[in-house]
Design a protein around this ligand. Structure first.
Ligand code: HAM
Length: 437
């Protein structure tokens, strides 16, 4: 029979790769908890309108990349292409904003779907970890979001991070700038691509993102946003940068950074690697959004957040050998010798597992030599060996597979058996610890 292929641009994660994804997510989770974020889990499916209104009608994501379909009840649904709109929707659906304890601070992780051309670092199903802080407008919070991101990446071992920052300004700044852009692009429009015509109508800022070479030449001469920022926005931007300086975050101010989503205002940022590792694209991006909550029918409150691409983070960490310590290990591998009843083996496994040890053994009879080889392949720390003679005397042999040292340990009393194992395990951990440092 013909094999069923995986969907293009999707990936299976298993074994070590699954462990690496989980490890990275765990680091982001712990750091976000240091900053006072709580977890939010939102559905993969939403009404399409959430993304067209929230993420933005003029974005490539909504125009070209969404997995949209009608369900059996005729509703237009989409697989989420990003989290921010969903988090805001949840805050509105559950009236979480009706509290004195603003800002609301949530972190999230999970799969997202964008119909993009699959290539290095770009998939159709990918995973993000991110945070959103909603309901308090403060440059302190803006800078903290960047600190959360950079501290997480630093914990993971990243060093040469390139943090790019730009200020898109408040509504007034952007209205003025949009007018200036329209005035500039209008006489050039006939020479520009189809997409840019649409962008011109919906959001001329998007034209700055155009990848068509002829259009890029025109974009070069366009007016600069920084010349249209209101004093208030400039002041706020200055403060954010000051906080980042105070906390030792190195960044580059990049006038060209506009980001591919419509909801941004004030600060936006992106983090990538320098040199060859920049080939994976941005590791993370984010920014402030002033009107997303009200655009989705909620009160007038702003928010700020980031999202980090987990596949990209794992790929870069792998290239830098920063995940080499992640190995599939286990504590014990059981090796019955001679005619031992299976029941004895399962009982011993249950005993060790009830004490919290990871245990493997073979489900069919195997030769002792083959069993030792399998124990080593399973990265077991110890082999537990027992024959009829040992079981009759109420003992097992425990062999350290690294040092090859073997000792006989009495199974009774149970406390002593466990205490002996714990001591052996601790010595092994200490060795590992020394070895890794
Ligand atoms: P974004 O820039 O679209 O922002 O995505 C954030 C990160 O997700 C990217 O920097 C990249 O690492 C990863 N990513 C995006 N698309 C793909 C893909 N096709 N394959 C692999 N990785 C990808 C957002 O999604 C905003 N919601 C971020 C945000 C949160 N802004 C405010 N709060």
């Amino acid at each position: 029979m013909e094999k069923i292929q995986p969907v293009k641009g999707t990936h299976d994660f298993y074994g070590l790769n699954a462990e690496k994804m989980r490890f990275v997510t765990d680091v982001f989770t712990s750091v976000s908890e240091l900053y006072g974020y709580e977890e939010m889990v939102v559905p993969v499916l939403e009404h399409t309108e959430l993304f067209s209104r929230g993420t933005g009608e003029s974005t490539d994501i909504v125009r070209k990349e969404m997995y949209t379909f009608d369900d059996k009840g005729g509703r237009s649904l989409s697989l989420r292409p990003e989290f921010t709109a969903s988090v805001v929707r949840s805050i509105l659906s559950n009236k979480l904003y009706a509290t004195q304890d603003l800002p609301l601070k949530y972190y999230y992780s999970g799969p997202l779907f964008r119909y993009e051309r699959p290539q290095l670092g770009r998939y159709r199903e990918f995973h993000q970890f991110g945070v959103e802080a909603i309901g308090e407008d403060s440059p302190l919070l803006d800078s903290e979001v960047i600190l959360t991101l950079v501290q997480s990446l630093n914990y993971l071992g990243f060093k040469d991070l390139v943090v790019k920052i730009n200020c898109l300004g408040d509504k007034e700044s952007r209205d003025n700038y949009r007018k200036a852009l329209k005035a500039y692009f209008e006489p050039h429009l006939s020479e520009m691509c189809e997409d840019c015509h649409a962008r011109f109508e919906i959001n001329p800022l998007r034209i700055l993102d155009c990848k068509v070479p002829e259009d890029q030449a025109i974009v070069k001469g366009a007016p600069h946003l920084k010349d249209y920022l209101t004093e208030k926005s400039q002041e706020r931007f200055k403060k954010t940068l000051q906080y980042l300086d105070d906390n030792g975050i190195k960044y580059i101010i990049d006038d060209n950074l506009v980001r591919g989503l419509d909801y941004y205002s004030e600060i936006v940022f992106e983090v990538s690697m320098s040199g060859d590792l920049s080939k994976y694209g941005a590791l993370a991006g984010g920014g402030h959004y002033a009107s997303l909550v009200s655009d989705l029918g909620g009160p007038d409150m702003g928010g700020v957040g980031f999202a980090c691409g987990l596949e990209r983070v794992v790929s870069v960490l792998d290239e830098l050998h920063l995940l080499d310590d992640i190995q599939e290990t286990s504590d014990f591998y059981l090796i019955p010798v001679g005619e031992i009843d299976d029941r004895e083996t399962l009982l011993l496994a249950t005993l060790l597992r009830s004490e919290g040890y990871q245990v493997n053994y073979s489900y069919k009879t195997q030769k002792v030599g083959a069993a030792f080889k399998k124990a080593v392949r399973k990265n077991a720390k110890f082999a537990v060996i027992y024959g009829e003679d040992e079981l009759a005397r109420g003992v097992v042999k425990v062999k350290n597979l690294r040092t090859e040292e073997q000792v006989e340990v009495s199974l009774t009393p149970e406390e002593d058996f466990f205490a002996t194992l714990e001591k052996m395990m601790e010595e092994e951990h200490e060795h590992e610890h020394h070895h890794n440092n």
